[in-house]
Design a protein around this ligand. Sequence first.
Ligand SMILES: NC(=O)c1ccc[n+]([C@@H]2O[C@H](COP(=O)([O-])OP(=O)(O)OC[C@H]3O[C@@H](n4cnc5c(N)ncnc54)[C@H](O)[C@@H]3O)[C@@H](O)[C@H]2O)c1
Length: 428
Amino acid sequence: MASERHPIAVIGTGYVGLVTGAGFAELGSEVWCVDVDADKIARLERGEIPIYEPGLAESVARNRDRLHFSTQLGPALEHARLLFVAVGTPPTYSGDADLSAVHAVVASMPESDRHALVMKSTVPVGTGSSIKRIFAEHGKGGFAYVSCPEFLKEGSALQDFLEPDRVVVGDDGNWAGDAVVELYQPLNTPVVRTDIASAEMVKLAANAFLATKISFINEIANVCEETGADVLEVARGMGLDQRIGQHFLKPGIGFGGSCFPKDVSALKQLAGNSGYHFQLLTAVIEVNELQKRRVVGKLQKHLGSLVGRRVALLGLAFKANTDDMREASSLVLSARLQGDGATVRAYDPVAEAEARKLMTGIEFADSALDAVEGADACILVTEWPEFRELDWNEVRARMAGNLLIDGRNFADRDEVTAAGFIYEGIGR
Ligand SMILES: NC(=O)c1ccc[n+]([C@@H]2O[C@H](COP(=O)([O-])OP(=O)(O)OC[C@H]3O[C@@H](n4cnc5c(N)ncnc54)[C@H](O)[C@@H]3O)[C@@H](O)[C@H]2O)c1
């Protein structure tokens, strides 16, 4: 099978790039992975996986012979015609996407009529057309371009790559679009073949819609708190309607991560830059920001002033099964708590190293029980499975106080209250 598959290159070996490389290697392709981060490449060559993602280390090890890691583009260009781009597109201060890494990749491409850039990075609508213009202006008009946005979720990224709901391929009808469709053919998934701008918009619109669903259910949760309804019952009753669906109706302390906040903001700015005020997304963003801070109000309701209070955070990653701390709600929460004079002690099973790069002034604990020692209140921030196993009687015994804020409606409320806690969930 391997010899029949197109060899490919992946430029940028972060969450998306490494998973894409491993995924295509699983399907039998030789993959040349390129990154400007020499340390990351050296680790990958030694067989170390720089990120935490279930199943990824095993997949890379299993396909080690097909995966080639380098800081140099030369071997990738020599062996592969399709060059998947998976470099970061972080937000700028203006809320637009920062395309400098994408443009660095574009500038490093040689003149060629046998290669194509296949854009996996999430980019504003119009980026493909602008890159094609840049190629043409620099005598590289033979370089083909395909938009192939990625929809994987951190925490189940490799599985999502191998079992996608759909693959979106935007191109202008040349060999490269066909080649990308052929690469995905073994996955037996619906392919949405469209123009480049529409493919770019599918990605932004999909993320914006999911974020809207989260902010919507968070607002319903807030109204439930005022009116005595239980948002979990409400979400169940709503979600069984097939027009609505059950996914992303989980209230909590706001969405974070490297995608939703930046992609929602990028779509809002993109609309604004083209003269359209996207009012709905403005509200989605604002609701999310307020949601991260509502926890502080819940603490104050029971504790009064937070000055000198000890607060334990269980979980820091933006969601379970990842060490990604980008835009995690815990960042805003811990800063707010410290701003109000509280001492914060936190535990995360895998994200501590990443958290240490972004968080100041907090103490890091070695376990959940260590984190809650002497705490006046405990906040469940990330729904790590190991927190399900906690013995709440022991947690209560270690704490000075008895307040549990369940930021993910994750703990068993009856069990927790039986252990002597005051339980505060979200929307119930
Ligand atoms: N993380 C996700 O869950 C996810 C899901 C779907 C789409 N995306 C999108 O995919 C893109 C990548 O996201 P990520 O989370 O993998 O980012 P990341 O920061 O984890 O990885 C980006 C990698 O690109 C490398 N890089 C930067 N400039 C480079 C260059 N000129 N040449 C080669 N390598 C370079 C960096 O060193 C880094 O290793 C973003 O546009 C993101 O929005 C991310």
